[in-house]
Design a protein around this ligand. Sequence first.
Ligand code: AMP
Length: 635
Amino acid sequence: MVTIGIDLGTTNTCVAVWRNNSVEVIPNEAGNRLTPSYVAFTKTERLIGESAKNQVSNNTANTIFGVKRFLGRQFDDIVLQKDIKRYPFKIINCNGKPKIVIKHKGNKRTYSPEEICAMIIYRMKEMAESYLSVKVEKAVLTVPAYFGDAQRQAIKLAGSIAGLEVIRIINEPTSAAVAYGLNRRLTGKRNILVYDLGGGTFNVSVLSIGNSCLYEVRAVAGNLGLGGEDFDNRLVAHSLEDIRKRYGIDIESPKNLLCLKSAAETTKRSLTSARDAILQIESFCNGNDYYCRVSRTLFEKLCSDLFEDTLKLVGDVLSEARMLKHNIHDVVLVGGSTRIPKIRKMLTEYFDGKHLMVLNNPDEAIATGAAVQAAILTGLCNDNLKRLLLIDVLPLSLGVETARGLMFKVVERNTPIPCRQTKEITTLEDFQTTMTIEVFEGERTLTKDNRLLGVFELNKIPPVPRGIAKIDIIFEIDSDSILTVSARDRSTGNSESITIKNMNKLSKDEVQTMIDDAKKFREEDDENKSRLEVRNQLETYIYDVKTTVTENLDKLSGEECAHMIGECVNALTWIDENPDCLREEYERKMSELLIRWSSFLRKIRGHVVKRQRSELYSSDGEDNGTTVEEIHEEK
Ligand code: AMP
């Protein structure tokens, strides 16, 4: 059974597999190893990846991207609220959760971020299946190290909606570290710092690698709302101001903003190799072309606070790992945004001139590590890999609320996982028989500043004065950093437990509805594929007939030729004007044309066959061409 590794990125997604003792990154239908994390809904079909991204400017409201940033977030989450204003598609509040509203086939529909991610994951599964020619049912998915419990749950759910069993969730920098160590002989103990700056998130991790096989994460830190898109947005803000000053207009339409964002990204990328670049958009400001020269220095100035923020987190992670910068043997760069020269310069200076390790394909490193982990977990790897052991850490502290809304931490962040920790709590009131246990995630002292993961009750506590009852709170965190909490009354042994995933998010029915919906969509996709195939066959047939007629004008009368050419032109116009017909309608059209044109084509064929015979007997023939009916017979 093949298991794949998927790196679902904010900007791009990458899938890889371990085969023949090495990792193979699987290309998409266009031959690219990275697939844009885009899903689009049109009047007739759903598009995923390249095709979705390519049509974004004509279908802004129904092209969804960057949705990984919404995973596991509540609607009123600050990062999400900031993002909503920038995205051209509509996001609504559905019982406290964000849902994306789109129009598809003339109908309004809403999707959760998990469902959109599932569509991208499913495309990766399809790509892997067609590349490997086997069914793929299991996967290792990667997540930013700083993803909390809700976000990990969300990605796991997305995997199952996509029809995959997610056998492990691993942290992106850990995965990249595995890719880094893959073909290197690392002797002794090496400390590495993985600086991972992608399109939407920033993660930094410190790991110790022992003898090439023990990967021990020492600490993680990050910012889930900081990445390449934020740099693009700084350039967008600069251009908006420039347009306001130069033309006196405010650009507000989502389509124009998207255009500007895309131009800003291109400019940003150009500034990686050039010192100056022009941000340009044709027919933009009141129909005028817009040009704005941006120097690398200006770009660096616009983003300087964001770049600095990443360095602050590097400092934090080092102190969490109880290391000094000279304890780090290698600094490994991962993620597309680490190509930015200023970032490299700042990091080199921070590490006192240390040479930075840039992996060969920094955008593929995470999927590569995930494919290795998938092979290890399924035992389909060589002996060297079998020795490899990953020890990850919990990204955020977990605890319960105690008196006056205080956060009582049960498991501190950066504790190695899997783990189990028990803490004792007691009742706050005299003769209290029920205790409500609220589980939180976060670093702040007051629970109101942290994220509520779930609530459950422990009943039948013997009525004793406050402070006497002894209740054990047990937190168990599995290898995916997913939490189960239980509470046990020591005097009676009575206990209650919850796996946060069951109560935090969606009911079983809601999950099933999503899975069924995704299945329906896939059936629609298959139907659409076969509809397009029939349309293409019809179009090819008409072109073939047209060519046959024009190459055999002498076989028909002038009137017949004009009639057939006219018929072909009309039929091609009909296809152009009816791009959205059902498969049956194209089939009907095909049968109709086959019948209508058969006598003309027979006539041509009759002449051709006659000529072929006479040429055969005179044995000095030239190339005769083939009639369309013969082409179809050959097929
Ligand atoms: P990732 O999530 O790792 O695929 O990274 C995607 C981010 O990298 C996007 O924001 C890209 O704009 C950014 N990126 C890719 N190539 C470059 C480049 N040459 N210079 C600057 N940023 C880049």
